[in-house]
Each structure stands twice: as C-alpha cells, then as structure tokens.
Design a protein around this ligand. Structure first.
Ligand code: ADP
Length: 650
C-alpha cells in the first residue's frame, strides 16, 4: 500500500515524523525546559563516542566488526576518519559494533552513518532506510577494485582437494585481516557447496596472513580461504616485488593453487566464489543531502596513480549498485522495495508504523461501520416489529369494534322484535285465521257432499298461500333477529323500502300513521348489507312514529332519490315535534335518549352502519313541522369507478 503513496505524501509523512521526533526529544530529554543548542540535540541522538573536539557537531559512524574491541588506532579506517574529520563543522566518531549491536543501534536511530558488508547493507536499507554513498575500494595497478570475492587456496601438491566439495570434513583456515571479510558472504559461499561449519567443515579464523600461510604450509590447515587478492598482494609486498602487470592473474608464489578458479574483469585476481560489491558507507535516513555530499567529497579525494598494491588503508570510490546482492539474498518483492526506498530515502520504519496506523484506522473504521449498520439494522428491526405490533393491535381493535357493533345491532333488533311482538302476533293471526276458515269450509263441504272437487282445490290453494304468507312473516322475523356478519349484495333501494314497509305495516296501522312513499324510478343498485340497512330504516321509522304519538293525522314521507351523480338518498320525513337545537347536536351520541324506556342506541348504531357503507346519516328539522332523517349510500357505479381506480393504481 505504501508503494502507492506519491513522493509528496511520503515527504509529508516524513516531515510529520520529524516533527513528532522533535516533540518527543523535547519532552523526554533530561534537558527539557532548558534551551537546547543544535550540538546538544544532535549528540542526544548518538551513542557516546570518544571525541577530541566538543565544539563540532558530533556524528557517529557504526562499523560492522567481528572483533569485539576493535579500535581506530592501527586499523585500516584511520585514513577514512582522518579525512572526514577535516570538516570544519562536524566530528565523526567510529563505533565498532557486532551485527546485532548494529541492528539495535539502527533500530533506535542512534547512528548517523553505517559501514557494513554488502549483504548486511541491503538488509539494513530495506529495514532501516539507510542509503549508500560510496563503496569501499582498493587499488591494484591503477585499477579500482570495489568487489569482494573469496579464494580457496590449497598447496600445489595437495591432490585430495581439487574442487570445493572436497573441503568436506577438512580443517580450513579463514584469513580475515581487520575483520574485512563479510561473514554472511562466507556462510553463503559454504552453504552453496553444502558445507556447514562445525558439522562437515571446521574453520579456524586467523587475522595474520603470515601465520595463516605458515599453518597451510605445515599442514595444520588443508585449505585457506581469504578475500581474493589478499594473499597475492601480501606475497608481492613481502618479496619487495613491484609488479604493475601481474601475469594473467596467475597464482602467486607458485606454491599455492586456487580451487574452482574464476577470472573476472572486476578484480585482477583469480577467485573461487562469485563477486559481490565491497562494503558501502551509508547514511541514515534522517541525514540530509548536504552532509552526505560533504562526506562523499571528503572520502573521494584519492590518488590512485600511486597505488600499486593493496593499501593497508581503506579507500572509497563511487557507490556500486547493490541490486544484484539484493536479488541474490532477498529475491522477489524485497528487491522491489529495496529499489524504491533507496531512491526515495523513505524510512522503512516510518513505512512500518504508517502501515500499522493505516491498518488500525481501517480496522477501526470497519468495526465502527459494522457496529453502526448493526445498530441501524436492530433499530429498523425494532421499529418494524413495533409497527407490526401496532398494525395487529389496530386490526384487533377494528375487529372488536365491528363485533361490538354487530352485538349492539343484534340487541337493538331483539328489542325491536319485543316491541313488535304484538304486531307480529296480529300479523300471523291473519293468515292463520284464513287457513282455519278455508280448511273448516272444505271439511264442511266434503261432509255435505255438495261441492265439486274443483271448489275444494281452490280452497286448498288459498290455504297453501296463507300458510306461505305466515312462513314468510316468520322467515323475515328470523332474518331480522339473525346475528351475523356483514354480507353486502347489490340491491334495489326501493325494494328494500317496500320490504320494511311491509314489515311495519301493522305497527303503522295501529298508530294510524299514514306512510307516503315517494320513490324515484330506475335508481341504480346499491352495494349494501340489506339486513343492516333495513335495521337503519326501521329505527328511523320507529323514531318517526314515536315523535308523532301526540300529533293528529300523523304522516311520514319515505323518499328515495338520486343525489349528485353516484349517491342515492333515502329520507324519512315526519310531522312530529321536531328536535330542539341543543338536542340536535347530541342525538347521535350513544345512550342519548329523551324517552323513558329508550336506550339511546338506535341513531348511534344506525350512524355507524351507514358510515360502514361509505354513506352519511344526518338529521334536520323540517321548515314547518317535524324532522327528517336522511342517509346517503353510494351506487354500484360509484363502486365500479372506485374498483377501476384501485386496479389502475395497483
Ligand atoms: P331511543 O330511540 O332509544 O331514544 P335513538 O338513538 O333512536 O334512541 O334516539 C335518540 C333520541 O333522538 C331520541 O330519544 C329522541 O329524543 C331523538 N329523536 C330521534 N328521532 C327523532 C325524531 N324523528 N323526531 C324527534 N326526535 C327524535
């Protein structure tokens, strides 16, 4: 991911890190609170190193060393530091560190520069962002040698060792003058030939060339491994020979033979291993370019023309490309990272922490997102559940209301039936009396034997007709008091009026009420529960009759007519005492009654029945006498239109 960051962003993060570092130093430094000089700030970041010039800014150079207590004096680094410390502003101090110590110091940004072998360098470059400035070199016959190779020497007369595999189970001397050989490179070289130290090969490290050669000559070592050219150069110097053109890279002193010999343009000596670049000097990621330039300038001032042999002091030349080492030891993507970071000088440490912070941030965002969506889901589920619960409750309440209404209607009908009981008895009495008359007459005529059978048939037909009339009365009564659910059918309102008229005929007669029907012809059918609408009409007629109890010539007009386009209106107009203004507001309230034996439920139930049929029930006083109660009901056409609209919308 960090590889995708633009250099500008990287620079931003590097700057941010630098600022944080300063804040960190200010807060944690023992000198916090005092005014810090630049010198103090810089030394706070370095390992304590011996110095003679405290006025200069102190810089430390970590040097990889396999000798525990190496010192600058009499080491090949003397000249390097002598050159560096000619700088007016800076003082460079060497710190000899083992591989582990070096890693530790780099980890804590305690080193300003590093000198180490090529393999360690590519690793540190990747891990700590160090950047090579120059490569360690030596000179031979005016040729710059800045590659490192290993040579395996055996005595010429040694017939047992002819190839590298023959080194197995042998005693090998490792010549490592001034810890100059890369141990990692040696390990790699041996492992390429399945040679494992202290297992199938036995190594003895010697730092003196003469001693090492002596032990080889005397047979204490079967072979001697050294940096390529080291022994050759040593022998030539020892013999006082000045040989500017060594004969075709031939082995020296004729006594030694090199195993697995290779020639290469990079070094003028035979070598047994591959070649890798010599040790670089590298700057830490936080060292600026100006200082790095100063270091390069100081160290590059060489006079190669005078160099005939390996110098006992290390020289420096332009930095080599370490990509091949990186590829060899850290293949694939590590190679890419190495290439990228070295050109950008962007600290892998920062990359590591940035990656960590970004990953943490993404994880937190993910958790927050999951949490919030979970919360939202649970909220939605909760509101959905409560909505469903509310709908259920409403449905239940509606059902209850309908049940209640049906119950009330039923009670009202029963009470009406009780009131009409005498009238019904009278009504039933008529067909029953007629039946009795026809049957008695027929019996008499049969006994007398005077009548023809045709006369008897007429009497029997009349009997059957009267019986049917009685049955009809009882059927209507039963359906009237029937307790049932709403059942709507398309009906003719005038037919309904006639039915009710027939039903109340006797009652009307008893009260001497004149019923005038003003029914409009060709009315469209209404969709209604006939029993319920009949109930409403009976209630209204009953109230009208009662309102005229003290009136002479009581009269009711029952009028049906079309109102507007899709409504039918039915009005019951009486000539009673009418309704006072204050009562008019309350007559539809449940239990409102002005009658001693009244329930006050008739109008309330009627109103809700009409509303359930999408109609309206209303009352008003007549201009001169009495009141009128009217209700409207939608026609079939209205329902058809509604259905069509509903279908269109769905
Ligand atoms: P109830 O008939 O048992 O009193 P209703 O709900 O049918 O119950 O009537 C409520 C009241 O409305 C009656 O008590 C009466 O005062 C008044 N009322 C109803 N119809 C008429 C009418 N046609 N003329 C005058 N008053 C009426």
């Amino acid at each position: 991911m960090l590889l995708l960051l633009t250099p500008r962003i990287k620079f931003f993060y590097a700057s941010l890190n630098f600022l944080l570092l300063i804040v960190y130093c200010l807060l944690l430094s023992p000198a916090y609170g005092k005014e810090l000089s630049f010198e103090e700030e810089n030394t706070a970041n370095t390992i304590t190193a011996p110095t003679s010039d405290t006025k200069k800014i102190q810089l430390s150079i970590g040097i990889l060393s396999y000798t525990p207590s190496a010192s600058l004096k009499n080491s090949p680094w003397e000249e390097t530091f002598a050159r560096l410390n000619t700088h007016k502003k800076y003082h460079f101090s060497p710190i000899f560190l083992s591989s582990e110590q070096l890693i530790d110091a780099l980890e804590n940004d305690q080193l300003d520069f590093v000198i180490c072998d090529a393999i360690s360098y590519v690793n540190f470059a990747k891990q700590h962002g160090i950047l090579r400035l120059l490569t360690r070199s030596n000179y031979y016959s005016e040729q710059i040698i800045s590659s490192e190779g290993l040579s395996v020497h055996v005595l010429n007369n040694n017939s047992k060792i002819s190839q590298l595999n023959d080194l197995k189970n042998k005693n090998i001397g490792i010549l490592d003058v001034n810890s100059s050989m890369s141990r990692l490179f040696l390990e790699y070289f041996l492992s390429q030939h399945d040679l494992v130290p202290n297992d199938n090969i036995f190594l003895g490290i010697i730092d003196n060339t003469q001693d090492a050669l002596n032990q080889l000559y005397t047979g204490q070592f079967d072979a001697l491994i050294s940096k390529s050219g080291l022994i050759y150069s040593f022998e030539h110097q020892e013999n006082g020979m000045i040989d500017k053109t060594p004969e075709s890279f031939s082995p020296y002193a004729q006594k030694l033979r090199i195993i697995n010999p290779h020639q290469d343009w990079q070094i003028p000596f035979l070598h047994s291993s591959i070649l890798i670049p010599e040790w670089p000097i590298a700057k830490a990621w936080f060292i600026d370019e100006t200082l790095a330039n100063d270091v390069i300038t100081s160290l590059l001032d060489n006079n190669i023309e005078s160099a005939s042999f390996f110098s006992d002091q290390y020289q420096w030349s332009i930095a080599k490309n370490y990509n091949a080492v990186s590829k060899l030891f850290f293949p694939d993507k590590i190679q890419q990272e190495y290439n990228t970071e070295s050109s950008d000088n962007f600290s892998p440490k920062i990359q590591y922490w940035l990656s960590f912070i970004i990953i943490c941030f993404l994880v937190i965002m993910l958790i927050l997102h999951l949490h919030s969506s979970k919360g939202l889901n649970s909220k939605l589920t909760l509101s959905k559940e409560s909505l469903e619960q509310e709908i259920k409750e409403r449905q239940f309440a509606q059902e209850q209301a309908l049940n209640h209404q049906a119950e009330l209607a039923h009670v009202a009908r029963l009470s009406t039936m009780g009131e009409m009981a005498s009238g019904l008895a009278h009504e039933l009495n008529q067909p029953l009396s007629a039946i009795n008359t026809y049957v008695q007459g027929s019996i008499r005529r049969i006994n007398m034997g005077t009548d023809k059978p045709e006369d008897l048939i007429y009497a029997l037909q009349q009997t059957a007709q009267q019986a049917e009339r009685a049955a009809g009365i009882i059927r209507r009564l039963r359906s009237f008091v029937r307790k049932g659910e709403s059942h709507k059918t398309y009906s003719d309102i005038n037919h309904l009026v006639n039915e009710v008229n027939h039903f109340l005929e006797i009652q009307l007669k008893n009260k001497n009420v004149k019923l005038i029907l003003e029914l409009e012809n060709d009315l469209p059918p209404i969709l209604a529960d006939i029993i319920q609408i009949e109930q409403v009409l009976i209630n209204l007629l009953k109230n009208a009759i009662e309102s005229m109890s003290e009136i002479e010539n009581p009269e009711i007009i029952l009028r049906t007519k079309r109102r507007d386009h899709n409504l039918i209106e039915l009005c019951v107009i009486d000539s009673g005492h009418g309704i006072s203004k204050d009562k008019l507001k309350r007559i539809f309230n449940p239990f409102f009654t002005t009658k001693s034996s009244g329930m006050g439920m008739g109008l309330s139930i009627s109103s809700s029945i009409i509303e359930a049929h999408n109609g309206t029930l209303y009352a008003k006083n007549n201009p001169i006498l009495g009141a009128q109660f009217c209700f409207t009901l939608p026609t079939q056409e209205e329902f058809n239109q509604e259905e069509m609209l509903h279908k269109q919308s769905t």
